[in-house]
Design a protein around this ligand. Structure first.
Ligand SMILES: [Zn+2]
Length: 453
């Protein structure tokens, strides 16, 4: 403040009536930013995955919503024009803003996660600079103080299984557990020294504990779990069309993504939009967790009282009680085995058994972990079993594992050239001498085209 006063004296002007807030004066968070729902997704168009629900919440239930896109979708193809990469990102940002404007949602943020097409959540987290993005999302939660957070299911599934979708779900879950913790990113919640002056380094936010966390999935099959459901064919009393139709209209502005905009347009031209491929009559969110007493299948806002909730620490990572099995799936499968209980969302573990979708004619990578619980080096023999037409390129044979070591083994399988109607079961077994110590299984859907692993 002193510098500002000096500036006005130099100019020979009267000192204006800029003052510090009175000592002890209460300055609560700004109500303009408070939201009921915060949607955390990866790309422009991801909001359409919950579009019908959002339409019902904002048009007919009086709920407010805000949206975070972790990136601008610069990695996809452009079905409308020649622009690509960063230039297409500029377009997709506006397409997403047009879509959200249809719902009356203008509190929309785009973060700096780089669009990373693939199925590997670790690659997305690496490209996004995981910690920086988490800090930004915690900041947005503290600013918008959501009652509930919706995000992609942090799980490995057969389907699009986009690494960016998974990364959005992972970071949103972490942020749910950190935003109420005053020791996490403390500069965000430190009061600014001179709020009406320039150059304040701290942000003046407050810790905020969101109350409920819900997921949705990009699997190519229905994922059945607990969660609130509603009928998409039901008519919106304020708009006089079905929620399905409102959800489809949300897809129209995404013109660079014809698999969204044109499919929506075609469906809206039909006499009955329910003829759209993949239509399911009931829309169901997947319950993640709640810090309020509620039923997982109950309404999204069941049990929620206004005002802040007390911070509920997540269980955190605990060393497992049991000795690891000699052979387990590694990579993202191993990560999620630790991640779910650390964040108190074990309920999502059994929604899907190990599975993946890969392109016909490509190869499949199966990350494995071998564990030797003994105090001597163990000699294991790995053997894969694959259906006819598949061929094992790596990941079999003798492996020596040092005492009490967890050793990664990367198996690779060449896939048949034609898609198959049903998933194929691939199995890997570990033996010590003639004794089988265990095996792992993976259901593999061979399709025309899938994201690279
Ligand atoms: Zn996406």
């Amino acid at each position: 403040m002193m510098r500002l006063f000096a500036f006005f004296f130099i100019l020979g002007l009267a000192v204006p009536a800029i003052a510090q807030p009175e000592a002890g004066q209460w300055h609560g968070p700004e109500e303009r930013w408070k939201t009921d729902i915060l949607l955390v997704v990866a790309h422009p168009d991801d909001e359409t995955a919950v579009g019908a629900y959002l339409a019902r919440a904002v048009f007919d239930e009086g709920k407010s919503a805000a949206i975070v896109y972790c990136n601008k979708g610069t990695g996809g193809g452009n079905s409308r024009g020649v622009e690509q990469a960063s230039a297409m990102g500029l377009i997709r940002e506006i397409e997403a803003r047009r879509a959200t404007a249809f719902l009356g949602i203008d509190r929309v943020w785009f973060l700096n996660g780089r669009d990373t097409p693939g199925q590997d959540v670790m690659r997305s987290l690496q490209e996004w600079r995981h910690g920086a993005l988490l800090e930004e999302l915690v900041r947005i939660i503290r600013l918008t103080r959501p009652e509930v957070i919706f995000t992609w299911l942090p799980h490995f599934v057969a389907g699009e299984n986009h690494g960016d979708h998974q990364a959005a779900g992972v970071i949103a879950t972490e942020a749910f557990d950190l935003a109420g913790n005053p020791t996490a990113f403390p500069a965000q919640i430190t009061p600014p020294r001179e709020p009406l002056d320039i150059g304040n380094a701290t942000e003046g936010l407050r810790p905020w504990q969101p109350k409920k966390l819900y997921f949705f999935s990009d699997a190519s099959h229905p994922v059945e779990g607990d969660g609130p459901a509603f009928d998409l064919a039901a008519e919106s009393p304020s708009k006089n069309v079905s929620y399905l139709e409102l959800g489809l209209r949300l897809g129209l502005p995404h013109e660079t993504q014809s698999d969204v905009s044109e499919v929506s347009e075609d469906a809206l031209r039909q006499e009955d939009p329910r003829s759209v491929p993949g239509y399911q009559q009931r829309f169901r969110l997947l319950f993640g967790k709640s810090v309020m007493r509620c039923s997982p299948r109950g309404d999204v806002f069941e049990g929620i009282r206004s005002g802040p909730a007390a911070f509920v620490p997540p269980p955190g990572y605990q060393l497992p009680d049991e000795i690891p099995a000699p052979l387990t799936l590694g990579g993202p499968f191993a990560f999620y085995r630790d991640f779910w209980p650390a964040h108190g969302i074990e309920r999502v573990a059994d929604l899907v058994s190990p599975e993946i979708e890969v392109s016909a004619g490509s190869y499949l990578h199966i990350p494995l972990l071998l564990y030797n619980p003994s105090s001597d080096t163990a000699t294991y023999n790995l053997k894969g079993r694959v259906p006819e037409g598949w061929s094992i390129a790596a990941g079999e044979g003798v492996v020596r594992v040092p005492p009490r070591e967890l050793m990664p083994v990367q198996a690779f399988v060449d896939c048949p050239g034609e898609p198959t109607p049903a998933p194929s079961l691939l199995r890997w077994e570990v033996r010590k001498g003639k004794e089988s110590l265990g095996s792992v299984r993976l259901n593999v859907s061979l399709v025309e085209w899938a994201l690279p692993q």
